[in-house]
Design a protein around this ligand. Structure first.
Ligand code: KIV
Ligand code: ZN
Length: 395
């Protein structure tokens, strides 16, 4: 049976993202960010891990109360107290999901949890059943799934679905997978689990090898229809898969990736900026889609190409992600064409001698300065004009 092309965007900026060092947010900040995620059109907001702290619980409750369109999810270990705390925090939600998780790899079971595989299976089934008494929308995550024994993982997934899980998330918790691995992994699990057609499969990829976005996309090719991701790719260690990169990859490469999401892409830049503001963590300048250099051009050859046809150096329109168009940065690499264009934009039509003088000053100043602003340019124009007027009057 053919699958839908619609991919559910499960945003975990406020949970996995927020739990990374330096990214914690207070309750009002989380609510503000949740509102931006709502405007962006995410399907599900994971608002927190309520048992982790009273602040996490309160933030989840406030988001559940104030943000009514998306499904609001809360994380819980496969323990009764966690499920009950999640249920309490989600009580005001219009649409709620309990997201319960337990590690399935032998490494985690033996070294971290010190429980047997049988105990893991039992705890999974009982947590999912308890969560189903609170809501019909229950997600089970098999932490460290990609390093788990496949036969055992299939048993756990089958048990979770039989107990009522409607979404099965198989995280690449430590960012170990490659795109080819993870695509085959999802194909195999879906093929081998007899009741797999009763659940939506989900990917949750970490970026330890810089492959989180590629792995998320490969997972979709392997049959996943929910991706867990974060704004700016924030999250534990190297982070999670970046929401904006996945969504734009689908949008720009429909020829190879015929999938769609409900994301209103013109809101991407604002959401990224808001997160940066709320956490006081800058966005890397060259970050794809939302970095300040993502649509900026300084090299003369590139600026010339951009002025003739922006498709020469841009594969998407900046406006489509909420960025400003025509970001031709003046600096030591700039070309004459871009300097001329910027002067025109500022309302100055320069003679060729004036342009030559201004261009020379731009390149010289660019040796010492990162970039040259409009006021610098106005001063250069004034100097060039003064010199040309003086030479005309002395003739
Ligand atoms: O990375 C991970 O395995 C997680 C789970 C709790 C979903 O964040
Ligand atoms: Zn994670």
């Amino acid at each position: 049976m053919s699958q839908t092309t619609r991919v559910i965007i499960f945003d975990t900026t406020l949970r996995d993202g927020e739990q990374a060092p330096g990214f914690s947010m207070d309750v009002p900040s989380k609510v503000k960010m949740a509102m931006a995620l709502d405007a962006l059109g995410v399907d599900i907001i994971e608002a927190g891990f309520p048992i982790a702290s009273p602040a996490d619980s309160e933030a989840t409750r406030q988001v559940a109360m104030q943000v009514t369109r998306p499904v609001i999810a809360a994380l819980a270990r496969c323990r009764p107290a966690d499920i009950d705390e999640a249920a309490l925090a989600l009580a005001p939600a219009t649409r709620k999901r309990i997201h319960t998780f337990l590690a399935t790899s032998d490494l985690h079971l033996e070294k971290k949890l010190r429980i047997t595989r049988e105990a893991c299976l039992e705890a999974t089934v009982s947590a999912v059943s308890r969560a189903r008494q609170v809501t019909d929308d229950v997600e089970f995550s098999a932490e460290d799934a990609t390093r788990s024994d496949r036969d055992f993982l299939c048993r756990v997934v089958e048990g979770a679905i039989a107990a009522g899980a409607t979404t099965i998330n198989l995280p690449d918790t430590v960012g170990y997978a490659t795109p080819e691995d993870i695509r085959e992994f999802f194909e195999e699990i879906r093929r081998r689990v007899p009741n797999s057609d009763k659940a939506t499969f989900s990917a949750h990829c970490h970026d330890d090898l810089g492959l989180a976005v590629a792995n998320s996309i490969a997972s979709v090719q392997g049959g996943v229809r929910q991706i867990e991701c974060t704004i700016n790719g924030i999250g534990e260690r190297a982070g999670n898969a970046s929401l904006e990169e996945i969504v734009m990859a689908f949008r720009v490469r429909q020829d190879r990736l015929p999938y769609d999401t409900a994301i209103e892409t013109p809101h991407l830049f604002a959401a990224s900026q808001l997160l940066s503001e709320l956490t006081s963590e800058p966005v890397q300048a060259n970050k794809a889609i939302v970095g300040r250099n993502a649509f900026a051009h300084e090299a003369g050859i590139h600026q010339d190409g951009m002025l003739k046809d922006s498709r020469t150096y841009e594969i998407m329109c900046p406006q489509d992600v909420g960025q400003t168009p025509d970001q031709l940065v003046l600096g030591r690499h700039s070309g004459r064409h871009a300097v001329h264009k910027r002067c025109e934009t500022l309302g100055f039509n320069l003679s060729s001698d004036e342009l030559a003088a201004v261009y020379h000053e731009v390149v010289t100043m660019g040796e010492h300065r990162k970039s040259i602003g409009d006021n610098d340019l106005r001063r250069m124009i004034a100097r060039a004009r003064a010199v040309s007027e003086a030479s005309h009057s002395s003739r």
